[in-house]
Design a binder for this molecule. Structure first.
Ligand code: ZN
Ligand code: ZN
Length: 401
């Protein structure tokens, strides 16, 4: 393992190699080795992804089945074009999702896009059909042109007040974009922390979820405010900024919020690995067409859902915290959102596999072969070239049975 410290994420061939590198650079002395037993099989009970993008139509059909394989439920993001903002849109999108996964034992929880002109009556009517309302900053995510601008927070007071009264939680993609040309990409989330503190103080009964947290400053705020929670992605647990830009630049490692600094990842890892009850898995898995990702001008975001749990088992095992994985991947979300998920036990076995090796089908293993390639070709999965140590037990995809 000589020269290991000089390898960025793109250069490592296995997840194990990357995790070893993280451990060498991270003083782990203060991490209690709570689970050191060697196991070869693990069963996760009703895993839940609290943040997923499935897109729509052919892309939805192509990626939904493999994104559902290892989970019992998801929270679905509303950033379609146009965004989901009405009851009719919620009902018909949910129907298309259930069709795409062939009505299997599975629950998609729906969300709508935040608007400042929602009335109390509208929110009351739509509440039984949604779990959250999602707030995106302008320009900061796919299809978010023309959305919330934080420079004028007062404009949103009415909707936030109704949400607080009706117990509808608020999801926020936390990045500051006003004066964007002066704020470095690495600082956009950090600079949002004061706005977020203001929200937590002014709406103390509103459950506020910081989505895909990527900075030390934000994750630490969950200890300061009882109404603040966080979701964390697989990719923010693994990558830092240097992995993205130091040696080889790779489109599948480019996502928003961009991976941050060493201290940020260390703080996030510590909170997640400890099973902190206010932190939940939200993969933010977001497929793109190959022509928009593997090209000269890449879109941000990573497609991770089909292999997220396999990689997470390896991370928790590697840092001796397997006992806490179930809290992060299911239990915390069920408690925090007070929901019941379908009973679904997902079995994994310790068995090396390379994500790109799964080529026993004419089409990529994780993509529904019933969707015609000329209609849609999703870009490759995050970790495509890496060897993982845990695999699903049996052939669980509908087209491999
Ligand atoms: Zn986001
Ligand atoms: Zn997202």
């Amino acid at each position: 393992m000589e020269n290991l410290e000089f390898k960025c994420f793109t250069e490592t061939t296995s997840l194990a190699e990357h995790l070893e590198m993280m451990k060498i650079h991270w003083d782990c002395a203060d991490l209690v080795q709570s689970c050191t037993k060697q196991i070869s099989e693990i069963v996760l009970e009703s895993p839940f992804d609290t943040h997923l993008h499935l897109r729509d139509w052919e892309m939805l059909k192509a990626v939904a089945p493999s994104s559902a394989t290892t989970f019992a439920g998801w929270i679905i993001m509303p950033n379609l074009a146009p965004a989901i903002e009405t009851l009719e849109q919620v009902i018909s999108y949910k129907w298309r999702i259930m069709e795409a996964i062939d009505w299997e034992n599975f629950t998609p929880y729906m969300t709508i896009n935040f608007r400042s002109d929602y009335t109390r009556e509208f929110l009351k009517k739509i509440k039984p059909h949604i779990i959250w309302i999602k707030m995106y900053p302008k320009w900061q995510t796919t299809n978010s042109e023309g959305w919330v601008d934080w420079a004028n927070i007062e404009e949103y007071r009415n909707t936030l007040t109704y949400m607080q009264e009706l117990w509808i939680p608020l999801l926020v993609h936390w990045e500051r974009i006003d004066g964007w040309y002066k704020i470095d990409e690495l600082d956009k989330e950090r600079k949002f922390a004061p706005i977020y503190e203001k929200l937590a103080q002014e709406f103390p009964k509103l459950k506020i979820i910081m989505e895909h947290v990527s900075t030390k400053e934000c994750i630490e705020l969950i200890d300061k405010y009882p109404n603040l929670y966080a979701t964390v992605t697989l990719h923010h647990l693994l990558l830092i900024h240097n992995d993205i830009v130091s040696m080889w630049i790779q489109p599948h490692h480019f996502f928003k919020p961009i991976a941050k600094l060493w201290e940020d990842r260390k703080a996030i890892l510590k909170y997640v690995l400890s099973g902190n009850p206010k932190i939940m898995l939200g993969t933010d898995s977001a497929p793109h067409e190959v022509g928009k990702k593997e090209c000269a001008c890449w879109c941000a975001w990573a497609f991770t859902a089909p292999i997220a749990l396999q990689a997470l088992i390896q991370i928790f095992e590697s840092f001796w915290q397997l006992d806490n994985l179930h809290k992060f991947a299911s239990e915390n979300a069920k408690k925090n959102y007070e929901i019941d998920l379908p009973q679904k036990n997902v079995k994994f076995i310790k068995k090396d596999f390379e994500v790109s090796d799964k080529k026993e089908l004419p089409y990529d293993y994780f993509i529904n072969p019933n969707v015609r390639k000329e209609l849609i070709t999703p870009a490759k999965l995050f970790l495509w070239w890496k060897k993982l140590a845990w695999d699903l037990k049996g052939k669980n995809l509908p087209w491999t049975i």
